[in-house]
Write a protein that binds this ligand. Structure first.
Ligand code: SF4
Length: 457
């Protein structure tokens, strides 16, 4: 069967990926990990092609024309709450041309049966891109489905299996070569081209605002990851964005990956948690070519951290960033402003901490009620959001909720101030200029920085 993996077109530069969707905060756009994983799984049985309309900058009309030329019998598409009205109209038109439509995305992550009933053009909602469910359902093997919701010929909707922790999953090698060779941008990359790689799925921690905490956690065998990495190296790619949400969940496995990466002359960026970032792990990562480490700071206020079940306090954060710098890693701190217990005082302390940590980059996010999260359930219960409202931008371009003490406008003002205060320091700008490896990286960072500042003027 001809199957198309699709990132649909959009009016904005949308990032739809890994049960999150947003307009890009600056100008980045990396390979959608959902489609990468599905590329190997579905291609094991079917004739697969990939169309990333966002990476290629395709208009609606051009996207329809490209799909018509490819003549797929089935489309597996990303969708997002940020673009839900556009996505459903686009895919409804494709279904009207006789194509089976499967979809995956944040907006379908909760209440999947209801979504399926509302959208008669939609045949299957996938809820875990590491399973072979798409291939099973394309081939009519309903009995083997693990975590999907689908429409049977008799109209019934069936769902199975809750996400679990401690699993291992095997994927046929993701077919990077099917994706566009340009149109993806990642300002932390130090070499071109770069590729996005996922060595595990989900996360075992339970931060209330984070959709990844709702997915369970499973790992890929190291040999499967290395098969993928070796194919990338053979194709000329040695720069990776390791998109695991927490690198180092299993210490032994992380060290094994580092040993293997070290032998391969790779350079890479990864996320981890401050409470995992001890000298042993950081030294192994740096020695294996990791140059940039992203860790969650979220807030300087320990009560805010505790309320969102972060699992560590701010002194852990300070120690981890100091160690990362000492090991020669560039550091990126991620922050969430506007969590329910946030006050003006806690936000001020968070800004002070962001400046004191000597971060190379700051990733500032606004708390948004992502589908399936405890944070969303609480916001619905408190009457702060309408559960039937499915359109939502998770980039923080607009603040979705007030805190107990601050209005949405106050959170928004503080967020803009924090971005400007952080990025417009002469000392920080000078450090960046000194740090870049050449004109390509300088241009990439300048482009992202200007886009970020324009959004927070
Ligand atoms: S540790 Fe990070 S990825 Fe894991 S649940 Fe918390 S915020 Fe999400």
């Amino acid at each position: 069967m001809r199957v198309l993996l699709l990132n649909p077109p959009g009016r904005e530069l949308y990032v739809r990926d890994y049960f999150c969707s947003k307009t890009t905060k600056s100008n980045y756009h990396f390979h959608p990990v959902d489609l990468l994983a599905l590329s190997g799984t579905v291609a094991a049985e079917h004739d697969v092609s990939v169309l990333d309309c966002i990476a290629e900058g395709l208009s609606l009309r051009a996207a329809h024309a490209r799909i018509d030329a490819l003549k797929p019998a089935a489309i597996i598409s990303l969708v997002g709450s940020v673009s839900w009205e556009e996505d459903r109209e686009f895919l409804r038109l494709q279904a009207s041309r006789g194509r089976r439509v499967f979809a995956i995305g944040d907006v379908l992550h909760a209440d999947a049966e209801e979504r399926l009933r509302e959208e008669p053009w939609l045949e299957v909602i996938l809820d875990d891109f590491t399973t072979a469910d798409a291939a099973h359902l394309l081939s009519g093997r309903e009995g083997e489905v693990q975590r999907s919701t689908w429409r049977r010929d008799d109209g019934a909707v069936v769902q199975r299996d809750e996400p679990r922790h401690g699993r291992e999953h095997r994927l046929p090698r993701p077919l990077h070569e099917l994706f566009p060779s340009s149109g993806y941008r990642f300002s932390f990359a130090r070499r071109a081209p770069f590729a996005t790689v996922l060595t595990d799925y989900g996360c075992p921690w339970s931060c209330t605002f984070c959709v990844i905490s709702t997915l369970g956690h499973s790992t890929r065998p190291v040999e499967d990851v290395l098969e993928e990495v070796d194919a990338l190296i053979a194709g000329g790619t040695r720069e990776l964005f390791v998109a695991d949400q927490t690198f180092g969940v299993s210490r032994d496995r992380a060290l094994e990956l580092c040993r293997a990466f070290r032998e391969r002359d790779l350079s890479w960026t990864a996320f981890t948690r401050p409470d995992l970032a001890d000298d042993e792990l950081l030294q192994a990562m740096r020695g294996a070519g990791c140059h940039t480490l992203i860790m969650g700071v979220e807030s300087a206020d320990d009560e805010v951290l505790e309320a969102c079940r972060k699992g560590y306090a701010s002194d852990t954060v300070v120690g981890a960033f100091a160690r990362a710098r000492a090991h020669g890693l560039r550091t990126v701190g991620t922050f969430v402003v506007g969590l329910p217990d946030e006050t003006e005082g806690s936000l001020e302390r968070t800004l002070d901490l962001a400046l004191a940590l000597e971060l190379d980059f700051m990733s500032l996010n606004v708390a948004v009620p992502r589908f399936g999260t405890p944070f969303r359930d609480d916001a619905v219960a408190a009457g702060l959001i309408d559960p039937s409202e499915l359109v939502m931008d998770q980039s923080g371009a607009t603040v979705a909720l007030p805190t107990k003490a601050l209005s949405r406008a106050e959170v928004e003002r503080f967020k803009r101030r924090m971005v400007r205060r952080f990025y417009l320091r002469p000392s920080w700008l000078w450090r960046r200029v000194r740090d870049v490896s050449g004109p390509r990286e300088l241009f990439a960072q300048a482009r992202e920085g200007l886009a970020l500042l324009a959004r927070n003027a």
